[in-house]
Design a protein around this ligand. Sequence first.
Ligand code: ADP
Ligand code: MG
Length: 514
Amino acid sequence: MTFDELGLTPEVLKAVVETGYTEPTPIQAQAIPHVLAGKDVLGIAQTGTGKTASFTLPMIDKLSRGRAKARMPRSLILEPTRELAAQVAENFEKYGKYHKLSMALLIGGVSFGDQEKKLDRGVDVLIATPGRLLDHCQRGKVLLTGVQILVVDEADRMLDMGFIPDIEEICRKIPFTRQTLLFSATMPPEIQRLTENFQHAPERIEVARASSANERIKQAQVKISRRDQKRDALRHLIDTENVKNAIIFCNRKRDVSVLHRSLDKHGYSAGAIHGDLDQSTRTKTLEGFRNGTIRLLVASDVAARGLDIPDVSHIFNFDPPTHAEDYVHRIGRTGRAGKEGAAFTLVTPEDRKYIESIEKMLETTIPVHDLDADKEPAKAETAESEPAEKETAKEEAPASAASGDEDEGETKSRRRGSRGGRSRKKKTDDAQPAAEASAPEEAEAEKPEPVAEEKPRRARGGRNRRRDRDDDDDNRVIGMGDHVPAFMLREVKLPRRRSAEEEDASAEKETEEA
Ligand code: ADP
Ligand code: MG
């Protein structure tokens, strides 16, 4: 199969050739003709299978005829995160270079003024995160009544982030006669419902079983007896497994920071991304990772979702994901474009239940990888009652002054608050109470790690269910919660520089506490 057979115009084909693609991926081959024919499409294919081009290419051709009216975009693409939205925009620029389509981005971290000016002039393609878009709609800056093509990309991630109600609201603002394309790596029931309610007789294109993992990826689990030995085991794997570059996933934002600092202290080239970091930091880190100046990227699920990071040799799950489906997303970051990849998951006895549900979903067992025999287990890093540096916890508080983050932070505040001034509410929501940041570590050091499961107050009757566990560490009541005696809030002076080991020991306590 070649791109020529799909019905695309010579201009788009030329741009594709210049990108270096020789043949369409299966999802592209199957979806493009339907999109060109004006049909609704439900595309299910795992991460890294080229879903983006399966809608951008035909859209460029379809939109090349016609003109946009002021504030009435002709097509709308919804993405769960700013990074993904920016990537789709890059795709339009690349493939649309022989067309004169106008495009606007409504995402956090991008200046309002410029985008509004573009909207006023009329855009063919509007790429947005759902919350941002609704804010603009409410202020009368965008009218969705002219949208002819709607794309809901990464639908399962939208669900994870609690965006389904926003998407429903957006769908209701767009005329029935639109063409609706929906893409997802997995097909949970909530997405199935979205499809039933908002798509019209969609062509269902399923490239692999919804929850299957790429077969080129070597998977292994590494049994660890105690959580405080994970970092040591991780370093050992990095040193012995022929790691060119890797993404290391943690379940909590706080652990992302702690692990990043630890790797840094041990002399590894590492960067971190999670939703509380401001946009320019994230962009810079990702750029460094793409161009190879950063070798190890420590990440949370939400921040890493669907990012186009080519050629990752290894994935490490510092924690197994609590939702089995996320496992497929995570390991989908390696073994791309025909390359081999490997994914290691560190599993403590407390983690067992998660790995078991992953195995159940995949209908396979993940082989156990023994750490080398010569490997001494890490010494138990017991509580030396030296409190962790205050800043370890503090650094999670958003230095981000960037307006209205679309990621973890914003969704959280939105769902909880009233629809009204939701993005304004964010800052207060995100600021961590001082009490939590300084909660006494000693008291917590031996406590078993709390399970990052959905909290009942969030389980809003099935379909609007929130699963942004990346946020969970911000809300959990820790230690005495808000009621911390004043003497415990006093800052503790620490020696200025500590060794990597010491850093680890105190970081470990931090981790345990989180
Ligand atoms: P998905 O959205 O399914 O996760 P993307 O659209 O982000 O996947 O594409 C994943 C990677 O595959 C990107 O690096 C993209 O440039 C590349 N890619 C897409 N289509 C092709 C193709 N036809 N041939 C080669 N590489 C492709
Ligand atoms: Mg994608």
